[in-house]
Write a protein that binds this ligand. Structure first.
Ligand code: PHE
Ligand code: CO
Length: 298
């Protein structure tokens, strides 16, 4: 059997992913290094790809006011002029100056252990390829637009940047404790689909919502989903959907709250969570207070 260190090493082929799709996994794993990083090969992007990136960027940027948190809106400027797919090396230089993070190119989805190891080194893996024009509205796998537009702006925020590194280190530990599924729920409901309460109302900070044409509006404004106050064990117990808008979002009060709540050793927390029943996506527990969309913490 492979131990977890071996599993983190690129063997030149795409990792096995859950679920099935029409499309084979994209990405050139053969030319990536052992840690799955490789060259962005910026000059290989076509004018049509730069133009598709610009259209994705402009559609998303126009939706941010009133829906994205201020920290994201301020930081999205760092991605530079949207006329072209950013050069990862230039972006890394800026990011390194701000929070000592950098972005590294990867062929696509990579195994959990490899992903955690990069985050723990303050390296954010960004898929090098862009979706096809047919995927303008919806894409199953993360591409360069999701990874850059969704994830990179908040890496300029010092508290969120530290949270991401702590998550990586925590992931390596969770692999040893066989707790990756529980920890993945935390990533999903914070880094990908997190909401934050502000004096102006609920806003988005999760990359999955911020890079989605339809879900950004839905997550912040729709009366359909349940919006639950951030609670670590509640999140680890909650299943999630990968092929539709989320039925539950979790709302933090601040990035400081998120960082502090996830700082303790998770070893006893994983044990406590395993003793409790799982919660279906969208379910609300008896007596559980929900967050209203218009006012912070209501
Ligand atoms: N405190 C967690 C642990 O001990 C590590 C962690 C921090 C995980 C932040 C996620 C986010 O495993
Ligand atoms: Co993502």
């Amino acid at each position: 059997m492979l131990d977890s260190a071996d599993k983190a090493v690129n063997q030149g082929v795409a990792p096995v992913t859950y679920g099935q799709g029409e499309r084979p996994p994209r990405g050139d794993y053969a030319s990536a290094r052992a840690d799955y990083t490789g060259e962005q090969r910026w000059s290989d992007y076509t004018p049509q790809e730069h133009d598709l990136y610009r259209r994705l960027y402009e559609r998303q940027a126009s939706q941010l006011p009133g829906l994205a948190c201020d920290e994201f809106i301020e930081a999205v400027e760092h991605l530079g002029h949207p006329a072209q797919i950013p050069r990862f090396d230039e972006l890394s230089e800026k990011l390194h100056r701000a929070t000592t993070w950098e972005v590294v190119a990867v062929p696509g989805l990579i195994p959990e252990e490899a992903f955690f190891a990069l985050l723990a080194q303050r390296k954010f893996p960004v898929t090098r390829w862009l979706r096809t024009p047919e995927e303008f509205d919806y894409i199953v796998e993360p591409d360069v637009f999701h990874d850059l537009f969704g994830h990179v702006p908040l890496l300029f925020n010092p508290v969120f940047a530290d949270y991401m590194q702590a998550y990586g280190a925590g992931g390596l530990k969770a692999s040893r404790l066989d707790a990756c599924e529980l920890l993945a729920r935390l990533y999903w409901y914070t880094v990908e689909f997190g909401l934050i309460a502000t004096p102006q109302g609920v806003r988005a900070y999760g990359a999955g919502v911020l890079s989605s044409a339809g879900e950004l509006q839905h997550s912040v404004r729709s009366p359909e989903p349940s919006r639950v106050h951030f609670d670590l064990q509640r999140i680890m117990r909650t299943r999630y959907k990968i092929d539709s808008y989320q039925a539950t979002y979790f709302v933090i009060d601040s990035f400081d709250q998120l960082f502090a709540a996830t700082a303790p050793d998770f070893t006893p927390i994983y044990r406590a969570v395993r003793e409790q029943p799982e919660i279906e996506a969208g379910a609300v527990l008896p007596g559980e207070p929900l967050v209203g969309v218009d006012c912070a913490g209501a």
